[in-house]
Design a protein around this ligand. Sequence first.
Ligand code: SAH
Ligand code: SF4
Ligand code: F3S
Length: 380
Amino acid sequence: MKNKSSVYIRTFGCQMNERDSEFVTGILLEKGFCLADSPDKADVVIYNSCSVRKHAEDRMISNMGQLKKIKKDNPDIIMGIMGCTAEHRGKGLFNSLPHLDFVCGTGNIGTIPDIIKKIIKKREKELHVGKLSGHLPEANPRHRNDKRSAYVSISRGCNNYCTYCIVPYVRGNERSRRPDDIIKEVEDLLVRGYVNITLLGQNVNSYGKDLEGNINFVKLLRAMDALNGKKNIKFMTSHPKDASIELFETMGELKGISKHLHLPAQSGSDKILLNMNRRYDSKYYLSKIKHFRKIVPDHMLTTDVIVGFPGETEKDFEATKSLLKQVRFNAAYIFKYSPRPPAPSSKMEDDVPREVKEKRHRELLVLQKSISKNKRILYD
Ligand code: SAH
Ligand code: SF4
Ligand code: F3S
């Protein structure tokens, strides 16, 4: 491979994808690639894709579609899609985007340098999907996108199967990384002067359940807090069913652990929570919040909410509004429901009309904005 080959990677989706893109960038830099700052200047263009809502998928596909012209002018350029949509749509992406050279699912991204090599040699399309168990190689490239903040993946996949969610189908079941490997990565980052470290997992509180030995998330946090160096260790995401009092006590106690808890509520209606398979009700959620506030007084609290889940009536929506009013989050991320086959809710009738979803979405944004704005004053 020529030393001067350049790569352009664009990331859609969540922090896991940011980290995966950074990982792929890192392994390509180590193979002698350099970075291009736009697709038309690159030898290899990779889009790292998200499938969580249909809109995210459509946007990525349309953006990749627009690169057709670059490929026409420069047929040697290699174009690929990696990540969740690659996993979800697989071979079908070659039909929608005939100029694509490769499709690489979430579990195969460690082999992207080899995929590129093969394409240069054989000029054939490469499809690499379906590896939804096992780990990425522990190759830990030094490349980081930022100088002070770093993401560290502690687990991949998810076992929760919330009925609306495609993540378990595109990232597989939960696999925790070995604690020694994680600690080594964090230690190295601290030595290099990184202060803000964000631990990533779909449900960090179930970390370690699939590992041998006596390890869990709280123990992992304690081991990290004990490392030398100035640090502010954040984590996301916590599922309310697994966010324990022990976790809150640890957050309250340890100086190196951030006091920010992102605890997605999704809805305030017990009927909707049940149909979402969230495995808690609003009473349980509010009691978690109460404990957290008591144990970690100087905190930051954020959440995710979905409006327009199948069967959501005005009464259900009012319950969500009421939850936001009661909790007064520092911030809330509000999403309009989008059916995501094969997630089970896609079989339920998507019966909340688009205008109603939009109205509820706007209403919650306005409500949350007023809460976020007045929060400190009202809270004191
Ligand atoms: N594992 C994390 C985040 C998953 S995806 C968690 O459980 O919180 C991030 C957010 O996207 C979710 O919290 C949810 O609010 C939203 N989301 C997921 N699937 C969705 C769908 N089908 N339609 C609309 N929003 C969705
Ligand atoms: Fe999706 Fe639920 Fe897993 Fe989060 S916890 S990734 S919402 S299935
Ligand atoms: Fe993240 Fe989107 Fe995949 S939210 S896990 S990039 S489907």
